[in-house]
Write a protein that binds this ligand. Structure first.
Ligand SMILES: [Zn+2]
Ligand SMILES: [Zn+2]
Length: 85
């Protein structure tokens, strides 16, 4: 019943550092150390954490699914980091 060959498991195996970073974010959000914010582009509240650098797992940018995909599609520097929000 437990399938390990899912898309997510494959992704996890291929990206161990990224997976750790995502886990760190989930833990930090649960612990209240990190607060989810609205998408920095459009303000959508359903957001993913995006890492500019996986070596800094708790330095994330919040992006909705649409803009997160867009950012990865066009490259990491598509959106300037807004300092005033
Ligand atoms: Zn957005
Ligand atoms: Zn991302």
């Amino acid at each position: 019943m437990l399938k390990t060959n899912t898309r997510q498991a494959n992704w996890r195996r291929a990206n161990p550092g990224k997976y750790d970073a995502h886990l760190a974010v989930q833990r930090a959000v649960k612990a209240g150390e990190l607060t989810k914010q609205a998408c920095e582009v459009c303000g959508d509240r359903a957001v993913d954490a995006h890492h500019d650098r996986y070596e800094e797992p708790l330095k994330v940018r919040w992006l909705c699914r649409r803009h997160h995909i867009k950012l990865h599609f066009y490259g990491e520097d598509m959106f300037p980091i807004r300092t005033t929000l």
